[in-house]
Design a protein around this ligand. Sequence first.
Ligand SMILES: Nc1ncnc2c1ncn2[C@@H]1O[C@H](COP(=O)(O)OP(=O)(O)OP(=O)(O)O)[C@@H](O)[C@H]1O
Ligand SMILES: [Mg+2]
Length: 384
Amino acid sequence: MDPALNPYTPGSGLMPPSLQGRDREIDAFDRLVARAKARHYDRGMILSGLRGVGKTALLNHLRNHAEHHGWYTVRLEAQDSAAGARLNHKQLALGLRTGLRKFSRKYALKQAGENVLSLIEGSSLSVAGVSMSAPQAKSPEDTLIDIEEIVEAISELVKPKGSALAVFVDEMQGLDPDLIAALLVAQHRAGQEGWPFYVIGAGLPNLPSVLAESRSYAERLFLFSTIGPLDQGAARNALDDPAAKMGGHFDPPALDMLVDAADGYPYFLQEFGAAMWEVAPASPFTTADAAAAIETGTTQLDQGFFPSRWDRATPAERRYLRAIADTGEQAPKTASLSISQSASGPFRAALIKKGIVYSPEHGRISFTVPGMAAFIARQPVNDA
Ligand SMILES: Nc1ncnc2c1ncn2[C@@H]1O[C@H](COP(=O)(O)OP(=O)(O)OP(=O)(O)O)[C@@H](O)[C@H]1O
Ligand SMILES: [Mg+2]
């Protein structure tokens, strides 16, 4: 098929041609927006799931919807590098300023907007972001109070318009503890004061526990949604619809083969769909084309998605990863791994830090990417 017309979007955060299987979250958010118009305010939302399930795409979709309805939105992608805290503060300040500019223009605000701007400029967020060498002039408590003050001021601006302020935080599990605490406190206060303010967060499956560790009431502040693989119907549509729009059609058994191979994971569906478009000489796509596409797609994954994690692990860490894979379980108990628990503690911590594994519950460990165990099984043992 013509590569220029390939409709699939394998990648990170790329809006898929057809956003399938997320009706529950989209409907919940639609309700939030509709209710805000009537000055009824609900909880924020947290979307958590493995790598490549489509959290970023969904978060961006929700943000577009909010913007379309005249909301004041801010987007933040948390960085957990050494300079992360400073960058996150700076990004939030920038996002608040950009959001303010858009909102002020839309509603022709003048003085009220200026007042909020000076509040943002003078806050610890902006101070922390001034330069690499700038000392952390203010404390975590300042951040907390400043954010509350800014949220209150913006709430006064947006409420009369039937609008709301929403901070969309991607990779939220990596946000520095000060900002997590400040956002939770502001969300908590918003509920009590009737401020139209929402944190909409996306992140790895450990995100709910990261939030709960910060503030025990976090579990009551949000609607929590697990973003998982697509069901059969949605996975079929995710492959079928984009092709059909470009004049490509699947023989039903060929479609079944790709759906099975991708196991419902959005990123894999895009990768296999793109490969199908590449290898199929013509439409309709046959089972032979599907077999070739699965081979090409798997090679693609084995060269990019998986090695980007595997290659970052040291030999000792790889032994630990292999021990997890060998159990054949989704979330084995760390005590059940064929590797001494006391010796493996540091590797476990390092792998969690690298974002390759996470602890779904106390004493258990799991991969952050689907299909990692099968990938490890495909690697020669002397590689670990
Ligand atoms: N609902 C969906 N239907 C079909 N494809 C989707 C869907 N959501 C996302 N995708 C596709 O899946 C891939 C992964 O999406 P995205 O980057 O949003 O995942 P993610 O969960 O944010 O991953 P990560 O944890 O690595 O950031 C992209 O190629 C995207 O186009
Ligand atoms: Mg993402």
